[in-house]
Design a protein around this ligand. Sequence first.
Ligand SMILES: *Cc1c(COP(=O)(O)O)cnc(C)c1O
Length: 250
Amino acid sequence: MTDGELERAVAGRIEQVRARIQRAARAGGRTDDVRLVAVSKTHSPRAIRAAVASGVTDVAENRVAEVTAKLDLLAGAQAPADMAHVGWHFIGQVQSRKASHLVGRDLLVHSVDRRSLVDRIERLAARRGVLQRILVQVNVAGESGKGGCSLREVDELVAYALDQPHVVVSGLMTIPPLQDSADGTAGRWFAELARARDRLVQRWPDVHELSMGMSADLEQAVQHGATMVRVGTDVFGPRKTGPWRPGRDT
Ligand SMILES: *Cc1c(COP(=O)(O)O)cnc(C)c1O
């Protein structure tokens, strides 16, 4: 695909996603903004720049090696001018030993789900003299093998993270059960996360973000108060077979 073809394809999809967000916001009686976070995992830097050319302001990745390779190309002092104001997000599970690749790279990390990871991030951020912005991930349905703390633990984990001088907690994130997203029944999980956020924000007004909603279920997430939706497939098309690596352009 030429740059022009890629840009047109991505622009058309983004227009549709924005229309869906707007309709859902209206249906939910919302007047505040919902941020579209474009999930670019497996896709090329060229595809990311095409999305940014269509007005995308936020980009997310879920693998450490992939995000660092893309950041090296597209963020920081060497960033191309079109990428200079993009906000970057990390949405994958974080193994503690890989946290050192993320802290201080100006990412919002959506997937902090345990004290030991908070401790690790605090130590790294303190050593590097930076503040690390995070969301606390909640495993709303208590699925085994999935990242996230339980709804019972979330207040305590947020309080713990807020006590760390180099950690900034901005809100909560969740991924509902896949089947519920496919069936259109994820709304109850989004409502649970929103309830947790509403409770927390009364004590801590800065803990206000709700990262929820993907291609299959973004309408319900927006109706339940998502402040950011993470959309991959419906922005970039089907995912490529493996992570993007330097040297692979498509
Ligand atoms: C891949 C991914 C998304 C986007 O999924 P789509 O269904 O392609 O929109 C959202 N959130 C997380 C955590 C992801 O890993």
